[in-house]
Design a protein around this ligand. Structure first.
Ligand SMILES: *Cc1c(COP(=O)(O)O)cnc(C)c1O
Length: 428
């Protein structure tokens, strides 16, 4: 996904000094979304729009994607009743939607397979993407390998040295990783280079965005590919438990696993929906990534949404213990769902997320991603307040193997409060 603190639309404007266009089909969620892009990108975006409209309902496309999701990625994923954690939380039943069991270890594959297949149908042989921590780059490389497409991933050289394993993974999977040595050598410069690439190679190149963000039609495309999560939750709940969930909870970075979990339930007004943002060191500290809880309306990465920005519109630096939530904006549909109060957005801080992480390890034998641990923490918090006969579904967006280093740091002896928590959990 796109993470970082740089304003794409600003970069494109600077690069191409083109006109801002927000015309044609508007792709709005209330006043949010749209396409804030320069003229030079309009043909590419229009081609994507018509390509998506053409193939989304086409039988062979749906069958091919369905085959890959089932037999390659591992769908449907289980819906697991976390009995031990439920007993610990002492309230409503906590159900885990196990996206962590997918190939690649997270929900990202739902989107990369969908978009890569779309690219292939549209006759684009070359896929580009940018990546920060490398998770989206790896998911893109996987999808391109299996669909025989060329993957080129832009990554800041500083990020590359911090995330050597993901660079190596991408290369093993056949992707070319372009080190970006300009600027701060991180994501914002990688985005810059990826966009420059897309603008010059639109004819044969597809830009594969990693979350429900960016100009229309990306937020809708990504949401639709991720909606399989919520469709399965609904089927599993009604078939096995003859009951809709009382609440669905998911973490929000750019917002793809959450919108994918929520979409099917938007019109079921009795189902409470919670999006959990990264509260970092606390909203008051300013070191967080909670764009919906603490941000304001603005334009970034080709869309209008909530952003973390200062008075003059400069995008602020963000922080989260989980790289996947460390993003200064959020998908536009979430901004709309917040305003109409259909989804409640809350923030969970680093310590509470790590605590929930430790609890799931010890109580259920599942090592969750730190991103997902934010959602888990909120589920534990609200379970107590809900009736024991209720069901809370938590989307476990990914597994936590990637987070071992961070957890080791956190639970070191010098972090006394965390050590104490760990001891308490160990002596349950
Ligand atoms: C990338 C990632 C996220 C955040 O992305 P969304 O688009 O908000 O879903 C969450 N969880 C995991 C495991 C991730 O890898």
């Amino acid at each position: 996904m796109i993470t970082g603190t740089f304003n794409i639309s600003y970069i494109i404007m600077r690069l191409m000094s083109g006109m801002i266009s927000n015309s044609r089909s508007n792709g709005k969620f209330g006043k949010y979304g749209g396409k804030y892009i320069p003229e030079t990108l309009v043909p590419a975006i229009e081609e994507l729009e018509s390509g998506y409209e053409k193939y989304r309902g086409q039988r062979s496309f749906c069958e091919e994607l369905d085959y890959l999701l089932r037999n390659y990625a591992g769908r449907p994923t289980p819906l697991y009743y976390a009995k031990n954690l439920t007993r610990y939380a002492g309230g409503a039943r906590i159900m885990l939607k196990r996206e962590d069991l997918l190939h690649g270890g997270a929900h990202k594959i739902n989107n990369t397979l969908g978009q890569a297949l779309l690219a292939k149908k549209m006759g684009k042989k070359r896929i580009i993407a940018e990546t920060g921590a490398g998770q989206h780059g790896v998911a893109t490389a996987i999808a391109c390998a299996v669909l025989d497409l060329d993957a080129e991933i832009y990554m800041g050289s500083k990020d590359m040295s911090r995330q050597k394993m993901n660079v190596f993974r991408m290369e093993l999977l056949g992707a070319k990783v372009h080190p970006v040595v300009s600027g701060t050598q991180t994501l914002k410069d990688a985005i810059n280079d990826a966009l420059r690439d897309w603008i010059t190679n639109v004819n044969n190149t597809y830009y594969l965005i990693g979350s429900a963000v960016g100009p229309h039609p990306y937020p809708t495309i990504v949401r639709n590919f991720q909606s399989v999560i919520g469709r399965e939750i609904k089927n599993q709940m009604t078939e096995v438990y003859q009951h809709l969930p009382n609440a669905v909870i998911a973490c929000v970075g750019g917002g793809s696993n959450s919108i994918g979990s929520f979409h099917q339930f938007i019109s079921d007004s009795k189902v409470l929906l919670y999006g959990v943002e990264a509260g970092g060191k606390g909203i008051r500290s300013g070191e967080h990534s909670a764009s919906l809880c603490a941000g304001s309306e603005g334009v970034l990465h080709g869309m209008k949404s909530y952003l973390l920005q200062d008075q003059s519109g400069q995008v602020l630096a963000t922080h989260s213990v989980s790289a996947g939530l460390d993003y200064p904006a959020v998908g536009p549909e979430h901004a709309y769902l917040k305003d109409i109060k259909r989804v409640r957005y809350v923030a969970c801080n680093d310590d509470d997320a790590v605590n929930a992480f430790l609890l799931l390890c010890r109580y259920e034998g599942i090592i969750p991603a730190l991103e997902s641990s934010h959602a888990l923490s909120h589920a534990i918090r609200i379970a107590k307040k809900m009736d024991k006969t209720g069901y809370i579904v938590v989307t476990l967006s990914g597994r936590g193997d990637k987070d071992m280093d961070i957890i080791m740091e956190y639970t070191k002896a010098k972090n006394a409060p965390m050590k104490k928590r760990l001891m308490k959990i160990n002596h349950k």
